[in-house]
Design a protein around this ligand. Structure first.
Ligand SMILES: CC(=O)N[C@H]1[C@@H](OP(=O)(O)OP(=O)(O)OC[C@H]2O[C@@H](n3ccc(=O)[nH]c3=O)[C@H](O)[C@@H]2O)O[C@H](CO)[C@@H](O)[C@@H]1O
Ligand SMILES: C=C(OP(=O)(O)O)C(=O)O
Length: 441
């Protein structure tokens, strides 16, 4: 079994460069389905499990995709297939983002139902509501969602009940080739939405207002391949910022964009962390004593849920009581049980986690219950007494490129190893806690 082994106690120093953003590149790759003519070149593509899954989803649709030197070359000129099977969708929910582009391009899509996942039930009703408003007929059965439209989709006014990132992206992509104008109200405002809109516009689309709560998409006849560079990963950047702060280190996070990280910077500064904008990134200096703060996760520009677990690791070191309230996902506290194994004082009350610190964490055997939980456990391990062993690395590999090696390069005592588990019993099943959610993201 592969494990990441962390020996706590080292301060982190130096420079670390962030990759292209997972949550930006996945919709951008999906959007390249829209190009009836020409080849798209997508740059700064991170080498992540999710990216390889998306490549397979596209190849399965009969699209040519090459991945070399951190660049994707995509040609979608051929006759497209319509189906994304369960084996892809269960690995990565973002596979569902091919529905909007397929509907726009060929008027038909059949995608496996995403199902539940570790952090919540994650319905897709808002995506479907958007497609239906644009004239698609949607049917659910036998584990699939089938959507179909006679002729072109029609522009529509769509109000999202919640500013869902995925629904905003899927509807935006569907609308690019619709007849007439689509207006998305209560749209998500995340930087990844702006990145996608820029790519769509480079392909010939007419998307206005991305980054605000109202997006207008004027449908065009057709799109062609374009060049696009993916924005830096604000969550990877944030994870390194916490790594610097938690170890009382001094780190330059190259490529971190302050504009994308305002809520995190604000909260870390409130805790006493020094953060300065430098030429091509952010310099982060951890203080001797961290102050407690309260955090509520919200859609952008609120505090990102994808940084909640990592901030919990930091708050475990703060001197006093902090409260985190998770409002985006109903079950994103799977890491709390794992932190408890490391000797931490956290109480869950409804949607809030009450953290009393500082905690002298102790190294333990812990499981990455989801992607960010995994990163958070490694962060906690950096300051724990003794050795922390993190398993279930497939979650971490969905969203971090060489996390162990990168942390090692800035002074952490972290290794990724293959450890043979001597159970003494052949064919013994893994304990339930480790089997949990390995199929779903
Ligand atoms: C690949 C990607 O970009 N993933 C990000 C994206 O996920 P994703 O796009 O799935 O997240 P959403 O913004 O859609 O989900 C936010 C909330 O809305 C709910 N919801 C969503 C859609 C819908 O049709 N109905 C509905 O009820 C979800 O269950 C969740 O509670 O945004 C999340 C919120 O910032 C991040 O945590 C994920 O890292
Ligand atoms: C939850 C996340 O991603 P996804 O939506 O792909 O599961 C994440 O990036 O933290």
């Amino acid at each position: 079994m592969e494990k990441i082994i962390v020996r706590g106690g080292n301060q982190l120093h130096g420079k670390i460069k962030v990759e292209g953003a997972k949550n930006a590149v996945l919709p951008v790759i999906a959007a390249s389905i829209l190009a009836e003519r020409g080849t798209s070149h997508i740059y700064d593509v991170p080498s992540l499990a999710d990216v390889y899954t998306m490549r397979e989803v596209l190849r399965n649709l009969n699209i040519e995709v090459e991945y070399e030197n951190r660049s994707f070359r995509v040609n979608a000129e051929g006759v497209l297939k319509t189906e994304a099977p369960f084996e892809y969708v269960r690995k990565m929910r973002a596979s569902f983002l091919v529905m909007g582009p397929l509907l726009a391009r060929i008027g038909k899509a059949r995608i496996a139902l995403p199902g539940g996942c570790a952090i919540g039930s994650r319905p897709i009703d808002q995506h479907l509501k958007g497609f239906e408003a644009m004239g698609a007929k949607v049917e659910i059965g036998k584990g699939f969602i089938e959507a179909q439209v006679d002729g072109r989709l029609q522009g529509a006014k769509i109000y999202l009940d919640f500013p869902s990132v995925g629904a905003t992206e899927n509807i935006m992509m569907a609308a690019t080739m619709a007849e007439g104008t689509t207006i998305i109200e209560n749209a998500a405002e995340e930087p990844e939405i702006v990145c996608l809109a820029n790519y769509l516009n480079a392909m010939g689309a007419k998307v206005r207002g991305a980054g605000t709560g109202i997006i207008r998409v004027e449908g065009v006849e057709g799109l062609q391949g374009a060049e696009h560079t993916v924005i830096p990963d604000r969550i990877e950047a944030g994870t390194f910022m916490v790594a610097a702060a938690i170890t009382k280190g001094d780190l330059v996070v190259e490529g971190a964009v302050a504009e994308h990280l305002r809520p995190l910077i604000a909260k870390m500064e409130e805790m006493g962390v020094t953060i300065t904008e430098v030429e091509n990134g952010l310099r982060v200096i951890g203080p001797e004593t961290l102050k407690p703060v309260d955090i509520k996760t919200m859609p952008h520009p609120g505090f990102p849920t994808d940084m909640q677990a990592q901030m919990m690791a930091l708050l475990l070191q703060a001197d006093g009581t902090s409260v985190i309230t998770e409002t985006v996902f109903e079950n994103r506290y799977m890491h709390v049980e794992e932190f408890r194994r490391m000797n931490s004082n956290i109480k869950i009350e409804g949607r809030s986690a009450i953290i009393t610190g500082p905690n002298q964490l102790q190294g333990a055997e812990v499981a990455a219950t989801d992607l960010r939980a995994g990163a958070a456990l490694i962060l906690a391990g950096l300051v724990a007494e003794g050795v922390t062993r993190v398993t279930e690395l497939q979650h971490i590999d969905r969203g971090y490129v060489n996390l162990a090696a990168k942390l090692q390069s800035i002074g952490a005592d972290v290794d990724r190893i293959e450890e043979v588990v001597e159970t003494g019993i052949e064919d013994m099943e893994a304990p339930a806690s480790l089997r949990l959610n390995t199929n779903f993201v």
